[in-house]
Design a protein. Structure first.
Length: 119
């Protein structure tokens, strides 16, 4: 493992297409900017571990009959295309989030309470 010391705004170049920039350091945390080609996956370590554990569950899905697998893939494609992203100001989150949650539950009740109290 190569260990380097860098100051904010200094860069590290990996190969021809990957550049890592130290944006800011604060306490024990470091904010990094990573420039990489679109075909190079960039994942945090904890996401990589989660992805690897998920790959194990995908092999279990291979035993599902093809018709059921096709139906599941169709449902997944529908739900992916229905996702919409909207930027909301932080002050509006307590009034917007309960509507997005849909079903009643503890989080929705908490957020509804915050919306009425203005906290």
């Amino acid at each position: 493992m190569l260990v380097l010391t860098r100051k904010p705004q200094e860069k590290i170049r990996i190969g021809d297409g990957i550049t890592i920039t130290v944006i800011k350091t604060k306490g024990s945390g470091v904010r990094l900017g990573i420039e990489a080609p679109a075909d190079v996956p960039v994942l945090r370590g904890e996401l990589l571990a989660a992805r690897d554990s998920f790959v194990g569950t995908e092999t279990d899905e291979a035993s599902v009959p093809p018709a059921a697998a096709n139906q599941a893939a169709t449902n997944q494609a529908k739900s992916d295309s229905e996702v919409q992203f909207t930027r909301v100001k932080r002050s509006r989150v307590p009034s917007v989030l309960p509507n997005l949650l849909g079903e009643p539950g503890p989080l929705r009740a908490m957020m509804a309470g915050r919306a009425t109290t203005g906290a």
